[in-house]
Unconditional design. Structure first.
Length: 239
């Protein structure tokens, strides 16, 4: 494993204000410790809002990011959202004890689609309650590609009622990612008091800025360095 490196200044120009809105993400199951540590090194250099990693890497990232402004974000009930509510709450509690400051939880999509809204709200609240004890943030992943417009709106309402800090579009593993239409819908439903995180398929500076213009105030992406360095790509298009 690589050793912890001091904060470095990048020699290339980059968009610092955009970097401060990005969760620098590596959630692939085959990710190695070396790759996770590289993720942290990049977060130190570009001052990303957080690194978002699987729970087994929380301790590694906490140590590697000590002394920086970048937080450690982890995922709960990921990627299917079908684990029990108690398991999600326990997973969140353990991650927070190990140093995670942000929790991205996946809702139970099947329960939402079954109309069991009280179940979905209660499980979100269970994770939120654990997180708030330690002043950690909760972001609720809706997996928008699997939902109808009405289901997206209802999921946003449930997350807001349960006290979550953010709603988030996607896991990146559900067959679809963020769209500007979904981000705009989510912002419209939750209003100005909650965060909206766009995640899944954001790979260019133009796409990132389009998501922000549509209402996102946090982005999840693995292409973070390329994005903040302003490397140009095709303009985003509606699906």
């Amino acid at each position: 494993m690589s050793s912890i490196v001091p904060v470095q200044e990048t020699t290339a120009d980059f968009d610092a204000s955009l970097a401060a809105m990005i969760d620098h993400t590596l959630l692939k199951p085959e990710a190695t410790i070396d790759q996770i540590e590289q993720l942290c090194d990049e977060a130190r250099q570009y001052r990303f809002a957080s690194v978002c990693v699987n729970p087994c890497y929380v301790r590694t990232c906490v140590e590697h990011l000590r002394g920086t402004t970048s937080k450690v974000c982890t995922v709960v009930g990921f990627p299917l959202g079908a684990s029990s509510s108690a398991a999600k709450a326990f997973e969140a509690e353990q991650a927070i004890q190990e140093g995670a400051r942000e929790i991205d939880m996946v809702i139970n999509v099947g329960m939402l689609k079954s109309g069991n809204h009280s179940f979905v709200e209660d499980e979100i609240r269970a994770v939120v309650t654990v997180a708030k004890r330690s002043a950690a943030l909760t972001k609720v992943i809706l997996e928008t590609s699997l939902l109808t417009e009405d289901e997206k709106a209802k999921a946003c309402q449930l997350a807001k009622q349960a006290g979550a800090d953010f709603v988030k579009t996607s896991t990146g593993f559900g067959g679809g990612g963020a769209t500007i239409e979904d981000v705009a819908l989510m912002r419209r439903i939750v209003g100005p008091s909650m965060g909206v995180k766009a995640s899944g398929g954001i790979r260019t500076y133009e796409e990132a800025r389009a998501m922000i213009a549509s209402g996102a105030n946090r982005l999840g992406t693995s292409a973070s360095v390329k994005i903040v360095a302003g490397q140009k790509g095709p303009a985003p298009s509606s699906p």
